[in-house]
Design a protein around this ligand. Sequence first.
Ligand SMILES: [Zn+2]
Length: 254
Amino acid sequence: MYLIAVDDGHGKGTPGKRTPLFADGTYMEENAYNKAAAQILEGLLKSHGFGVIMVSPEEEDTPLETRVKRANEAGADLYVSIHANAYGSGWNDANGVESWVYDKADQRTMEMAKAIHEAVAAALGRKDRGLKKSADLYVLRRTAMPAVLVEGGFMTNPEEAELLRSQAYRQKTAEGICRGICACFGIPYVSGQKKEEEEEEVVRYQKIEDLPYGKEIMKKLVEEGVINGDENGNLNLTEDMVRIFMILDRKELL
Ligand SMILES: [Zn+2]
């Protein structure tokens, strides 16, 4: 099983890491976006068969050394750090999605970082600022496995700040990262919508003895000819159908 280390960037209340004030006087901390996306990503990765280590589950700012140590000691196969960008501290036009990789990264790391960046940029549909190289980002420099840092948009851009505080954009961020990670490891990505459809699939019961309840009543209804199976005697009943027959029978409507 591949193990993915997920890093939510900063802590709650980390100084300076927040949007300027919105019109209503409130602001969003960068960690609110990072953490929400990280938690959604954790669920998505697990549903795709990955192991996940959350390297900064604390509310306070987990030291970068601790984050990296946890990933290294767990022997993670990939490290993903989720952030929101900022340009200065007031509102301005800087915008778009960019990702970072260590400037001395090997070929494999470059390929993974590229796959993840491209998937996130596509999922978010904002300006693609590209995959950039950094010599000094600690979580990229000190991790013993391929590492990528994703900046999902600018907190200092009014439009992107609104997106960053929306659940939909956080979901898209996690989906994009998960899609990219799946591509890195050759695992088919299954979209959330498709997963929901699978979960909604209803069980059908063919024989009286297979029913979870209502066997006596259903047996009686079959004998009375109220319910007819197909030529093989298969009833093709769902639990909801059984429940409705039971109610109708109780009310003597059958
Ligand atoms: Zn950050």
